[in-house]
Design a protein. Structure first.
Length: 199
């Protein structure tokens, strides 16, 4: 695959820009690269293996949630990412969300306790670009209308809920006890902004 460019997470968190990515080597903005025909706020609306209602089309194939969970324990250590497609933006967002979800599971000693914590997390408002609490203000494009904002919010809700359910399946063993090889990552901070309660 062709390498696009390497971006520091300090760039992705830069609140001064919501319209483009920043070329660290040259210190200038470069346009976002779109590769999907259906996008919201510059994010591709990818198919999900899910029965949860939302904008995402259904699929039976491996999806972005599978990828985010599979590679989370390595990706969470990285401070730089190669943005090679619009889907990589969503992968970064999901890595951040998984880190936050694991933090909410910290101290939950059974699957039942973890499920309650995840449900509580799911009740929180989901911000979109341009709203307070959105974690990557220059990684996504500002919504062009209130309709786009609500569609993107619904997509993020859908994909977060699906991610939460699958995360519980790996964070806890079949007997309901914690999987220490996952819950240990509750202490890890992704991008150093994990202390923000809303993601």
């Amino acid at each position: 695959m062709r390498r696009i460019r390497k971006l520091s997470l300090s760039c992705l968190l830069d609140p001064s820009s919501s319209r483009g990515l920043i070329d660290l080597e040259e210190g200038r903005k470069v346009p976002n690269i779109f590769g999907s025909s259906f996008q919201l706020c510059g994010c591709p609306v990818l198919p999900l293996k899910s029965h949860i209602n939302g904008p995402a089309p259904a699929t039976d194939a491996t999806d972005i949630v599978d990828e985010a969970i599979t590679f989370f324990r390595s990706n969470v250590f990285f401070r730089n990412f190669d943005i090679m497609s619009p889907a990589d933006k969503l992968l970064i967002y999901l890595t951040f969300y998984i880190n936050s979800a694991l933090k909410s599971l910290d101290g939950c000693r059974t699957l039942a306790e973890g499920t309650k914590a995840i449900i509580s997390l799911g009740l929180e408002k989901v911000p979109v670009p341009g709203e307070s609490g959105f974690p990557f203000p220059c990684l996504f494009i500002l919504p062009q209308s209130s309709r786009e904002a609500e569609l993107f919010r619904n997509y993020l809700k859908q994909i977060r809920e699906e991610t939460s359910g699958r995360l519980l399946n790996v964070a806890y063993r079949p007997n309901g006890m914690p999987n220490k090889w996952w819950l240990a990552f509750a202490k890890r901070k992704f991008t150093n902004i994990i202390n923000q309660r809303t993601v």
